[in-house]
Design a protein around this ligand. Structure first.
Ligand SMILES: NC(=O)c1ccc[n+]([C@@H]2O[C@H](COP(=O)([O-])OP(=O)(O)OC[C@H]3O[C@@H](n4cnc5c(N)ncnc54)[C@H](OP(=O)(O)O)[C@@H]3O)[C@@H](O)[C@H]2O)c1
Length: 360
């Protein structure tokens, strides 16, 4: 099969580097263009990765920066030509995405990690194992906007592990309300401006601006249903407390759920472990063997031990037990990789699905 030609915008940032790393040796995509700000434009990718004043390499992803990308000259994102591009993976901040993404989408599909278009009525949030059937809205979205392409945003990295674990609970027992406390990895704040080590090390920062609202809104949109040409969100209440913990990578979340129907921890573990099976049949390269891995060891999951499960694509769950505060209550902890399933590779997995469905 001919590989699709991919542009990565925000390619020098943390999420962008994960795109570069994952696409450099991908069986369905090859990188043809890299875009970033005026600071990086005109430089070879490997040079654009260097800090301007110190010369320090700001490569974040595993292994060295891939040869396939190093010699590509970075474009200024607002002037990037899409002539040899079949799909744009966008990893810029929301204000920049709000300007750039519609510009690209006029001609080319855009898969984005930014929040700019997540809350638009005509734009679904696609997440493997949770809401891929919402892709049925893509053609309508294109018609509504008059675009040849489209914008499909990746959900917020904190809601991803939550929604992946809520989906099997909602389908089997019904979700009535959810309380979640997150302890989020520092890399989730990106590089610019990011979180200062002086603030983060040996500490927990008790507030992440706008995060709690995003988690509540997006969880309901993700678990919603398509009806009359739009997503009708689920209606369960979500109470989120989002904190930044002294962890490099991986979001840990303590979740309490009130279910409509009573379920034992063993029943919860069973439906979670089976989640995502139908997707396995599509043979998507980035799909992990287990979408959710349930641990019995009460000392799991831990970010250091579990964030890389399934190469960062598996949500690890443990300590499933009754929640005595709720009728039909259940609680658990989860760990989810914020820059892999939570950003670049999660978005690439959606792109693989869209290819299989003839939408890319
Ligand atoms: N980090 C995560 O865990 C994570 C997870 C999920 C979603 N996200 C989302 O992904 C997006 C990127 O986050 P990040 O953490 O990767 O941020 P980051 O490390 O700060 O990287 C930002 C990127 O945007 C580029 N950029 C800045 N201003 C630009 C402009 N005016 N035009 C074009 N490019 C510009 C930067 O290029 P230069 O190097 O040239 O300045 C850099 O490549 C955000 O929307 C974030 O919410 C991040």
């Amino acid at each position: 099969m001919t590989k699709k030609r991919a542009a990565i915008v925000g390619a020098t940032g943390i999420a962008g580097q994960q795109f570069v790393s994952a696409l450099a040796s991908h069986p369905l995509f090859r990188i043809t263009r890299l875009g970033a700000s005026a600071r990086s434009a005109g430089k070879k990718y490997v040079d654009a990765l260097k800090d301007e004043s110190s010369g320090q390499m700001r490569w974040w992803a595993e292994g060295p920066p891939p040869e396939a990308a190093n010699s590509i000259v970075v474009d200024e994102a607002s002037r990037m030509s899409l002539k040899n591009v079949d799909v744009v993976f966008s990893a810029v901040e929301s204000d920049v995405a709000a300007e750039l993404e519609p510009q690209y989408a006029r001609t080319t599909p855009v898969l984005s990690t930014a929040s700019a278009y997540r809350y638009e009525d005509d734009i679904p949030l696609l997440l493997a194992g949770v809401s891929l059937e919402h892709a049925s809205l893509v053609k309508r979205h294109q018609k509504f906007r008059g675009w040849k392409g489209y914008i499909l945003p990746q959900p917020n990295c904190t809601v991803i592990g939550l929604a992946i674990t809520l989906r099997p609970l909602h389908d089997a027992f019904g979700v009535k309300r959810v309380s979640v406390v997150s302890m989020q990895g520092i890399s989730g704040a990106g590089r610019s401006p990011g979180v200062s080590a002086l603030d983060a090390i040996d500490n927990i920062i008790p507030f992440i601006p706008k995060e709690e609202e995003k988690v509540a809104l997006e969880a309901n949109k993700l678990l919603g249903k398509v009806s009359a040409g739009r997503v009708v969100p689920a209606t369960f209440k979500v109470s989120a407390t989002c904190t930044r913990a002294s962890v490099i990578e991986g979001h840990t979340e303590a979740v309490s759920v009130e279910l409509e129907k009573k379920a034992t921890p063993a029943q919860v573990a069973k439906v979670m472990s089976a989640s995502g099976r139908a997707l396995q049949k599509l043979d998507l390269p980035s799909m992990p063997e287990q979408l959710i891995e349930v641990h019995e060891d009460p000392f799991r999951p831990q970010p250091r031990l579990d964030r890389d499960a399934g190469d960062g694509m598996t949500t690890s769950v443990g300590r499933i037990r009754p929640e005595p505060l709720y009728r039909n209550g259940i609680k658990y902890l989860l760990v989810s990789h914020n820059t892999k399933m939570g950003a670049a590779k999660g978005s690439i997995l959606v792109a693989e699905y869209l290819m299989r469905k003839g939408l890319l």
